[in-house]
Design a protein around this ligand. Structure first.
Ligand code: KG4
Ligand code: ZN
Length: 352
């Protein structure tokens, strides 16, 4: 089966066509992403109203390109999938309404995809993973550990009690006067700095739970920067390096605890940790996770970075996984700003 996937929940307008065979193997036929980075850059963050308007302006061309690059006319698709949440509601409405219109006009099934589920299932497309596995989702909007037991069957083991990890990177970059998006800038600066110069806190590290907290760390970074202002380029680099080491320690220690829980609760399954979300691009965090996985005899899977950040492929794939189970949605399905990825929360109106 071939599906179109539409993603408009944040600042990427994306569409892709993916094929799934009867054995569950996937192939990417096209993958078109238009980032709105330039539109939002002057404001230092994503402006929801601007994002929605940009999705309206560009989505139809991007869908046409996805169809052309795949060589698949829209009439030959087997289903239309779109992110229905969570995300910025104006943008989600643009993508979901477009998907409904296409599905109605072409008489194809509609699959309203949870954006987090799309991130969670990507590794099955890229690496053919079997269930269950552990997911660490670290993006600008989310930081969570999820036990992925099956399509539509997720248990959230931990999440952030304040900022998301990517958000923490972005806020640190902003207070140091670095550009957007902040994560890659902080990582670049960190390579030039001394990670031992500042002793930043590692919140919740000693606690026996899989939650994150990054706001105290962000405050500590701000206070340190204020204390030594005006900052030299070396100061900025040292702060970035020290911050990145602190978050790496936090993420790696939580990942170890999560893998230990996986072993204890799912002893029959080989332990696998999948990392997704934009922060998966960070080399220092990746190296830390690789070492921890090796040490714990677990497999670490990081899909190619363009598939870890927001894209239409993951939405098309999640749609295909659900369509293969006969799980589709009616045209009355609503866009949701909030939509936690947990079986306990996903039951109503979702067909699981
Ligand atoms: O998944 P994503 O593209 O968008 C969503 O948030 O859904 O993630 C973007 C986030 C931003 O906060 C960005 O600063 C962060 O991922 N990020 C990074 C790196 N590349 C992107 N954070 C740390 N290091 C990086 N190399
Ligand atoms: Zn995302």
């Amino acid at each position: 089966m071939r599906l179109l996937g539409i993603e408009t929940s944040c600042d990427e307008t994306a569409a892709a066509i993916v094929e799934r065979d009867d054995a569950g193997r996937g192939a990417i036929l096209s993958n078109v992403v238009r980032s709105q980075l330039a539109e939002h850059a002057p404001y230092g963050g994503v402006v929801p109203e601007l994002a929605a308007r940009a999705h309206v302006s560009h989505l139809d061309h991007i869908i046409a390109r996805a169809s052309a690059e795949a060589g698949v006319p829209l009439g030959q698709l087997d289903g239309i999938a779109a992110t229905a949440g969570p995300g910025l509601i104006g943008g989600v409405l643009v993508g979901l309404t477009t998907a409904k219109a296409l599905a109605a006009a072409l008489d194809k099934p509609l699959i309203a995809v949870n954006h987090l589920e799309a991130h969670a299932l990507t590794a099955r497309l890229t690496d053919g993973l079997a269930f269950p596995y552990l997911l660490l989702l670290v993006s600008g909007g989310h930081s969570q550990f999820v036990l992925v037991r099956g399509v539509g069957d997720y248990l959230r083991w931990g999440s952030t009690i304040d900022d998301a990890l990517g958000e923490a990177f972005d806020k640190v970059a902003k207070l140091l006067g670095l550009g957007v998006p902040g994560g890659p800038e902080v990582e670049r600066q960190a390579r030039l700095g001394d990670p031992r110069r500042f002793k930043f806190p590692r919140p919740l590290l000693k606690e026996d739970r899989l939650d994150f907290s990054f706001s105290g760390l962000k405050t500590a970074v701000r206070l340190a920067a204020e204390e030594i202002a005006p900052l030299t380029p070396q100061d900025v680099a040292d702060i970035c390096a020290s911050f990145q080491l602190a978050v790496t320690d936090i993420v790696v220690s939580r990942a170890r605890a999560a893998l230990a829980r996986f072993r204890a609760e799912v002893p029959e399954a080989p332990p696998v940790l999948v990392v997704a979300g934009g922060v998966a691009a960070n080399q220092a965090i990746g190296a830390g996770l690789r070492a921890a996985a090796l040490d714990m005899e677990a497999r670490l899977v990081v899909p190619p970075i363009p598939l870890c950040t927001d894209n239409g492929v993951m939405v098309a794939w999640a749609g295909a996984e659900r369509l293969a189970l006969g799980d589709t949605d009616g045209f009355d399905i609503a866009a949701k700003a909030r939509w936690p990825l947990d079986s306990a929360d996903m039951g109503l109106g979702h067909g699981h």
